[in-house]
Design a protein around this ligand. Structure first.
Ligand SMILES: N[C@@H](CCC(=O)N[C@@H](CS)C(=O)NCC(=O)O)C(=O)O
Length: 222
């Protein structure tokens, strides 16, 4: 029997967190090997495991996977969270890309120089309130409780993760979106998700400036 997937990343959310979320929601146990110093990174490089010299990297089913989207696609396909046909998959891809675009803005906020922070925060609030959340509320209004098809898919999980980040950032942003709030409560009570939401799970704290500085030092990025 194949062992647990092994996730290689910093001890931080960053680009690995959506992968942790998807595995956890699918009920898959995983191990983590944190890159905590340049030597940890060097070892992975020497073993030829970082194709583009970047992480996230996941060892799963005898393969070494890199590129966040490729890793998510593999996990979603393997655990049947990627829709029932090519049309559902197209919708899932569209919604996923929108979610990843907004998630990336939160990642970039943590990297933002202090003098640009205020402008970035106001841009994120504007995009959240006026672009992304209305779009997903509209999907739920016209479609029903799951975003695509009539069962759970990866995109429900990606959206839940994003809604929790938004709530952490400014809970008032969620107020005008009752269907999204209902989705958040419903998914949060799924047993696998509930377990991941508990303190002490492999879920990570928000990315902060210190973690980014440490990551840059490890990669020797100026
Ligand atoms: N397109 C890649 C981007 C990965 C990426 O930029 N990873 C960062 C850490 S979050 C990294 O490894 N940076 C070091 C570098 O690019 O040299 C993905 O989605 O996985």
């Amino acid at each position: 029997m194949a062992g647990k997937p092994v996730l290689h990343y910093f001890k931080a959310r960053g680009r690995m967190e959506c992968i942790r979320w998807l595995l956890a929601a699918a009920g898959v146990e995983f191990e983590e090997k944190f890159i905590e110093c340049p030597e940890d990174l060097e070892k992975l490089r020497k073993d030829g495991k970082l194709m583009f010299d970047q992480v996230p990297m996941v060892e799963i089913d005898g393969m070494t996977l890199v590129q966040t989207r490729a890793i998510l696609n593999y996990i979603a396909t393997k655990y049947d969270l990627y829709g029932k046909d090519v049309k559902e998959r197209a919708l899932i891809d569209i919604y996923t890309e929108g979610i990843l675009d907004l998630t990336e803005m939160f990642i970039q906020l943590a990297k933002c120089p202090p003098d640009q922070k205020e402008a970035k925060i106001s841009m994120i609030k504007d995009r959240t309130k006026n672009r992304y959340l209305p779009a997903f509320e509209k999907v739920l209004k016209s479609h029903g409780q799951d975003l695509v098809g009539n069962r759970l898919t990866r995109v429900d999980i990606h959206l839940l993760e994003l809604l929790l980040y938004i709530e952490e950032f400014d809970a008032s942003l969620l107020a005008p979106f009752p269907l999204l709030k209902a989705l958040k409560s419903r998914l949060s009570s799924l047993p696998s998700v509930k377990k991941f939401l508990q303190p002490g799970s492999q879920r990570k704290l928000p990315l902060n400036a210190k973690q980014i500085e440490e990551g840059k030092k490890i990669f020797n990025i100026k």
